[in-house]
Design a binder for this molecule. Structure first.
Ligand code: SAM
Length: 220
């Protein structure tokens, strides 16, 4: 049912979450994630529930390879078309047993369910960028999402996470409200969590807080 919801949204062409510019929090804070991780990182960034986010192009410009996972093939095709990637890169169909999608220079665009991603798929991942992925999922799926992510990531993989919080009784998701407390519940056992920015604004008549977190693995 979740999957149908997203497929219908992409088919309708109305994707209000898509940002026409690169995310400002990403640009402001990504470099902190890299330096706090104490290692040179130009490797692959996992972008779960990627949509057609322009943030992937920005990350690529920073020298990263990209592993995107997105349910909608239309989203990935729009990503390629709207950014004229055909003109710049040779694009191949992805050959994979569980995903369709595309491969182009330094980018793997997986079309399918995030929960089908395996440790093998993620073996080169050095960081995760979650903007509007965790908050896209209803409460009953979020623990499974975080658990799966932790299972498939290589050890010590840091993450930049952008989440929204608001009074869930006033509006339905998505995006769902995800509190700082919940982020600690989902990830606190494994990660040191630092909130690096918090902005308050009114969204559709509801007071909303958007927070950016850096998650680094705990050193034991
Ligand atoms: C709120 S959007 C965010 C997209 C992107 N991160 C951005 O910032 O624009 C959530 C996206 O997740 C995709 N999605 C939802 N559930 C998914 C799943 N289980 N596996 C892969 N993609 C999923 C949806 O199709 C949608 O494009």
């Amino acid at each position: 049912m979740q999957n149908d919801f997203w497929q219908k949204m992409w088919a309708s062409g109305v994707v209000g979450f898509h940002q026409p510019e690169v995310n400002a929090y990403l640009k402001a804070h990504w470099h902190k994630l890299l330096t706090t991780d104490h290692k040179a990182m130009a490797g692959e960034v996992l972008v779960p529930l990627s949509g057609k986010s322009l943030d992937m192009l920005w990350l690529k410009e920073q020298g990263h390879d990209i592993l995107a996972v997105e349910l909608s093939l239309k989203a990935l095709e729009e990503f390629i078309e709207e950014n004229h990637l055909h003109r710049r890169f040779s694009i191949q169909d992805l050959v994979h047993e569980r995903f369709c999608g595309y491969e182009l220079e330094a980018m793997r665009l997986f079309c399918g369910d995030f929960f089908h991603l395996t440790r093998e798929d993620c073996q080169d991942v050095v960081a995760v960028y979650d903007r509007a992925a965790l908050v896209a999922l209803p409460p009953e799926m979020r623990a499974d999402y975080a658990k799966h992510l932790l299972e498939i990531l290589p050890p010590d993989t840091p993450m930049l996470l952008i989440a929204l919080d608001y009074d869930q009784s006033l509006r339905n998701g998505p995006p769902f409200a995800v509190s700082e407390q919940e982020i600690h519940t989902l990830y606190g056992e494994h990660y040191q969590i630092e909130k690096v920015q918090e902005d308050k604004f009114e969204r559709k008549g509801v007071e909303t807080v958007e927070s950016t977190y850096l998650l680094n693995f705990r050193e034991n």
